[in-house]
Write a protein that binds this ligand. Sequence first.
Ligand SMILES: NC(=O)c1ccc[n+]([C@@H]2O[C@H](COP(=O)([O-])OP(=O)(O)OC[C@H]3O[C@@H](n4cnc5c(N)ncnc54)[C@H](OP(=O)(O)O)[C@@H]3O)[C@@H](O)[C@H]2O)c1
Length: 318
Amino acid sequence: MLKRVLITGGTGFLGKRLGLAMKGTHEVFLGARNNKQNQLAQRFTGCQVVPLDVSSVESVRDALIETKPDIVIHAAATKFVDLAEKFPLECVDVNVTGSANVARACLDRGIGTVIGISTDKAAPPVRNTYGMTKALMERMFCSLDGKSDTRFVCVRYGNVAWSTGSVLPIWKRMHEETGVIGTTGPDMRRFFFSVDEAVKLVLTAIDNADELRGKVLSRYMKAALIRDILEQWIGAKGGSWEQIAGRPGERDDEFLIGDLELPYTREVTYGGILHYVISFNERSESNPKVGLSSANTERLSNEEILALINSPPAADEL
Ligand SMILES: NC(=O)c1ccc[n+]([C@@H]2O[C@H](COP(=O)([O-])OP(=O)(O)OC[C@H]3O[C@@H](n4cnc5c(N)ncnc54)[C@H](OP(=O)(O)O)[C@@H]3O)[C@@H](O)[C@H]2O)c1
């Protein structure tokens, strides 16, 4: 019999791609609040959908009763840094209370594996409310592992190219409307990879959940200077760019492994790619000596930047 998977935030950019990737080998349910988006996601992926609001524990319990999953992938989140600064209570309700609700309900029902999706913004030094809420999710999930047979694993990564509300779809709209792209930080550096790589990281966490339980799995990522992406974009598509006012909560560089975490981090290779396993309280014998930040990692080449720019999702996916 196929294993059953519930993806919270299943109608989001990652959730839909996870649904498509897993539906051949699993029975997949996508859970989110907005019923119109639920219907569109069902049509796009061919997966089943279930109404779900993670900020209500009753709603999470109902969704687990309905779907009876073996695996829960917790991707539901409020993820806009500036909105989280302005409306911190909503961010806490969804990302902290919502994650606690998912954890509690999964423990109650003895779910086999729970994967929490985290972000580079959760790595120390944390700069913004969104990052703090995701850091708390990581701590909750990792600390709750071992209390029962439920295996909790988190994955942490940087920007997914073309994801909802990220620079590429925003620039595309600005470029189409005025030919001028406004950017808050041309000198900021950001980690980037494709949504397929994000999906692969989540599947790696599931496949290795026995080894990774109670830990955060991250992986080596390259980064790009925002100015370099803009120049590639304008070189390929024309137009111009201008600097606009910064947004609250932003920082120049991001971290996948913060210096404070180094003693608790070990390196491991999966599928030929360097990954990092972070344990909050267990020291590692063979830890990396330097943290991984968008300042010290390898830069994406112009060809790699162009490949990301030139792979927008279909209109019905956004
Ligand atoms: N995109 C990136 O670059 C990136 C980088 C690192 C980490 N992440 C993390 O990856 C995960 C997926 O991101 P994404 O890019 O797919 O985001 P997204 O496209 O914005 O999707 C977010 C999903 O969460 C759902 N959601 C929000 N609040 C909810 C609630 N209270 N209850 C249930 N569902 C809720 C949304 O649907 P409804 O509004 O219908 O509920 C939507 O399905 C997030 O946890 C994010 O923090 C993303």
